[in-house]
Write a protein that binds this ligand. Structure first.
Ligand code: ADP
Ligand code: MG
Ligand code: MG
Length: 934
């Protein structure tokens, strides 16, 4: 149901975009030719030709490349939007354009589409702007009919090959065109492809064959007849025997597949706009299944799993392209660098077909130089002759992304600005993710080994299908999805799971590709396991594992362990990570600080590369470990009945506060530290337990009744907007005084030790500049006293947190009396939206689901509303004080899109939790890089 709705919504968007787009249909028309050293398009035309079409044109036609690409043509994405906008019809000129271009291909290949003697076969391939692996449809061998089959046999002299191609065509065509695109819902979820596949398996079983390649010509011929009868019976219509009907059926089905269930689901996950549309590529077929001097494969110019700078790939002899990706047969490595532990390289392409390999290797090198990035290449060898079928920038995991960016920088293929754009924040995050503890692993015995398709470690319980994985995720539980092989229908479950484990498939199988894109731990081709999805049992060497049993995976090496092994944070000591972040630092303009409340946090932050503390919460000592004594003193302070009592309690707090401030200042010596004056909602500290109340009564010499009264007086109906922050200092100046003293005395002592210390005192919850005017003299007075007593100068600044909309609005006034601003975007978001931070769980998810909000504004800065206030405050503030220092210290300080916003608005720094500092450094560098590239 939900999926149907999304499809509908997507169609609507698609249609709308088409209306707008129609006016600017390119002059060239709707069809672009490529092949034979020429192309109408080029690699930059992804919007119009889709990624696949644009790159085919680039490979075929660019003067520096002119690679062997089977001739063909691309029908533009504009036709897709037209198709969805016009009741699934085409622009009037399309038919003629396709026919003209088909003639061109016939001329270049010397074959004729539909010819009895010399038939041309084509593939009809989808190709969106951004790749959607396995999500959309492709049909091979279009043009095979009862009339053209004999011609094909004559041409190739290989009857077996022709019937193998024919049975593939029937399988793909009936599935994609006659069932899916026609909107036929299969009975019992068993589609025509599956039915036909089972027939194929039956024949193999009956003959005792292990591989498809063992089937004879006669067996395949009989199978094709059976297939066609089955298609008619199941789907109610004949498999078309007319080449043109096949061609247009396939073209329409590719356009239809743009809004297929799984394509829509994939776009939702990947946030690919639904209005982009797909192009269709019609391309002359080349055959990797013409016997043992033919092959097909997928390769990467560098290892996408670890970034190794060696050519890497897999191939199958005597097979058509889809066989490699579908994981039907486990493929062989192309060279010695591609063995990744699964057997030896005796069957490598390099050894088996050295000439074709050499040519391929030379081409991949040229391609990488040309594109200046790691590429993913599809190739086919037909009777020893090499053809390139696709190239695109290759998906890679975080480890590989960092390695490749650093290597390419060293090789001078790219510069620093480009290098920082090569690693996404999510990929960098993978390097900060857990791995299986090597110690635990050393003493554990792996139950199985597969191919290491997605690195890192993961631990979770077994689930056998997508639905169970999604359910586990919803319940906040960690699971591992175990499948025979994955297919595009499993994506949502794969996304929800901690890790993916499959019994079949190679490093370029669907599961591996998808996992790599997400940086997810993944092991594929783990042939020691057998999976019985129906019974929900996995068997390894005779031992059974049920749904719910725990596994631990090492996706970096491919090992599967039983039970839970302990995990380790990977992170900060990784040399590549450190070097890459150094490159980021060289590109970024923004400084990155951390929010840290203790010396330990400050140390951690420094290790992650923080350049100071953006938020030190002075009240930290009242929470958590070792807080009993200061908390007791604080309670006394809060509940005191007179200034005298309060001052006494403050004196007790003082040494604790000074000690903590000193430790943090010391840990960050040489860097700026922003210390925020107390901002606790007081009621949080009122004791409740009987013992605690008694102790307080005793200390303050009051009765329980008096206690009750005082506690009652402190109750607030809206504590978030209550007596907190600077308001406390206004009512009780002695509180501000004590804090200032703690800060300056700590600073003075460290300065005496020879350290460079510059505290930045931040006044919270300000709404009017007169609040600062009221408090500043207190701070100044203490400063003078401490300096005089210590005989040292203490440099310091006084600034404010901008977290109340009124403060942002009156920035021109506030800037007169503040040395710096730090945007407290958590509260600023709360008060701009009027959303209580602690209560959003009840409604924000609905707002997102219903499209009212795009994101949770507490996670991703609302650049429209909150951003408006910030922009104004920065402009007005700097208008008054040109060098007003500006930072951010809310959660948003570590969120990439928010960091980019801060860069654009001219901030001096962002501050975030220590663990997010690396991400913020990258985000800051990318913001700079994007600006420089403009
Ligand atoms: P996807 O986008 O899912 O990778 P493709 O359009 O690339 O789909 O096609 C699927 C498989 O068919 C690929 O392995 C590809 O190499 C192969 N293929 C596509 N067109 C041809 C062709 N003209 N000749 C031979 N193989 C082809
Ligand atoms: Mg492909
Ligand atoms: Mg606040």
């Amino acid at each position: 149901m939900a999926a149907k709705k999304t499809v509908k919504a997507a169609k609507k968007v698609c249609a709308k975009a088409a209306c707008k787009k129609q006016a600017k249909v390119s002059k060239k028309g709707f069809v672009y030719h490529f092949g034979a050293g020429k192309a109408d398009g080029n690699g930059a035309m992804k919007e119009l030709l889709g990624g696949k079409g644009a790159n085919l044109a680039e490979m075929a036609g660019h003067p520096k490349l002119k690679l062997p690409v089977p001739p063909g043509f691309t029908i533009t994405t504009e036709v897709c939007t037209y198709y969805w906008n016009n009741k699934r019809t085409y622009p009037k000129t399309l038919k003629a354009e396709v026919e003209t271009n088909l003639k061109k291909v016939e001329k270049e290949t010397g074959k004729v589409f539909g010819s009895v003697n010399n038939p041309l076969l084509v593939s009809v391939r989808s190709g969106a702007r951004s790749s959607m692996p396995g999500m959309m449809e492709t049909i091979l061998n279009v043009g095979l009919t009862l009339k053209t089959i004999p011609g094909m046999i004559k041409m190739t002299g290989d009857e077996r090959f022709v019937y193998d191609a024919y049975r593939r065509l029937i399988m793909m065509y009936s599935d994609v065109v006659m069932e899916k695109a026609a909107g036929i819902e299969p009975k019992d979820d068993k589609g025509i492809r599956k039915i036909l596949d089972e027939k194929l398996c039956d024949v193999k079983a009956a003959k005792g064959y292990k591989s498809d390649t063992e089937l004879t010509a006669q067996e395949l011929k009989a199978l094709c007849e059976d297939f066609k009868k089955t298609v008619k019976k199941v789907l109610g219509s004949d498999f078309p025997d007319d080449p043109m009907q096949q061609l247009w059926g396939a073209i329409g089905a590719v356009f239809a597949s743009w809004n297929g269930k799984r394509a829509v689901a994939y776009r939702n996950i990947e946030k690919i706009p639904h209005d982009w549309g797909t192009a269709v590529n019609v391309q002359s077929m080349v055959f990797g299944n013409m016997g043992n001097s033919s092959a097909t494969g997928v390769a990467f110019t560098r290892n996408p799993g670890n970034g190794d700078s060696h050519f890497y790939g897999e191939y199958l002899v005597n097979a058509q392209g889809e066989d490699v990706v579908a994981g039907i047969r486990t493929p062989c490595p192309i060279n010695e660098w591609s063995t990744s532990g699964h057997g030896n390289d005796s069957e490598s392409l390099k050894k088996v077909m050295p000439k074709a390999y050499k040519e391929l290797d030379a081409i991949q090198k040229r391609l990488e130089k040309h594109y200046k990035d790691m590429l993913d290449i599809e190739f086919t060898i037909e009777n020893g002759r090499l053809w390139l079928l696709q190239c695109r920038v290759g998906k890679r995991n975080g480890i590989a992304a960092v390695q490749i960016a650093l290597d390419m920088l060293k090789e001078k293929l790219i510069n620093k600005v480009e290098a920082v754009l090569r690693v996404s924040p999510a990929q960098l995050d993978e390097l900060l993710h857990p791995i299986v503890d090597p110690k635990a692993e050393a003493s554990a015995k792996a139950i199985a080994k597969g191919l290491p398709a997605g690195p890192g470690g993961a631990c979770g319980f077994i689930v056998f299908d997508s639905a169970a994985a999604i359910e586990a995720k919803k319940a906040g539980k960690e699971c591992i999805i175990v499948r025979e092989e994955t297919n595009p229908e499993d994506v949502e479950g794969m996304r929800a799971a901690q890790a993916i484990l499959t019994a079949r498939g190679g490093m370029t199988s669907h599961a591996a590709l998808v996992a790599r894109g997400w940086g997810k731990c993944c092991i594929v081709g783990c042939s020691e396991i057998t999976v019985d999805t129906a019974k929900r049992i996995m068997t390894v060497n005779g031992k059974q594992y049920k749904e719910g049993d725990y596994l631990t995976l090492n996706g970096t090496r491919g090992y599967v362990y039983e039970g839970k092994l302990s995990m380790l944070d990977a992170g900060e000591k990784n040399a590549n990570l450190i070097n890459f972040l150094k490159v980021c630092d060289a590109v970024k303009r923004l400084k990155v600080r951390a929010n840290a409340d203790t010396a330990a946090d400050a140390e951690k932050a420094k290790a992650f590369g923080a350049q100071g503390i953006g938020l030190f919460r002075i009240e930290h000592m009242f929470y958590g470990a070792n807080s009993e004594k200061p908390l007791f003193a604080l309670r006394k302070m809060i509940l005191s009945g007179s200034t005298e009592e309060r001052v006494k309690a403050l004196k007790e707090i003082f040494p604790f506060m000074k000690k903590d401030i000193k430790a943090a200042l010391k840990a960050m010596a040489g860097f700026p530290v922003t210390i925020r004056l107390m901002d606790p909602p007081l009621h949080e500290f009122i004791p409740h337990s009987k013992d605690a109340v008694e102790a307080i009564c005793k200390a303050l010499k009051i009765t329980p009744e008096q206690f009750e009264k005082r506690a009652e007086a402190l109750k607030e109906s809206n504590p978030m907007m209550g007596h907190r922050g600077i308001r406390l200092g206004v009512t009780y100046p002695e509180i501000t005084e004590m804090q200032a003293r703690a800060i300056f005395e700590a600073a003075a002592e460290l300065i005496k030790e020879g350290l460079k210390i510059t505290p930045e005192i931040m006044i919270p919850v300000v709404c009017d500049e007169k609040e600062i005017v009221n408090q500043k003299p207190i701070i100044e007075k203490v400063h003078k006293e401490v300096c005089a007593k210590a005989g040292k100068k203490i440099a310091y600044t006084v600034g404010t947190m901008i977290e109340i909309p009124r403060a942002a609005i009156t920035s021109a006034d506030i800037a007169q009396v503040a040395d710096f601003y730090s945007f407290g975007t958590n509260d600023l978001t709360q008060m701009t939206f009027g959303f209580s931070r602690d209560d959003i769980g009840a409604f924000v998810p609905d707002y997102i689901k219903k499209g009212i909000l795009k994101n949770d504004p507490f996670q991703i800065l609302d650049q429209t509303g909150v951003g408006f206030l910030i922009r104004h405050a920065v402009k007005a503030g700097r208008g008054v004080k040109k060098n007003l220092k500006i930072g951010i210290c809310g959660e948003h300080g570590g969120e990439p899109s928010s960091v980019e916003f801060c860069h654009r608005e001219g901030f001096d720094y962002v501050s975030c939790s220590p663990f997010r500092v690396p991400i913020a450094r990258l985000a800051a560098a990318q913001a700079s890089a994007k600006e420089m590239k403009k």
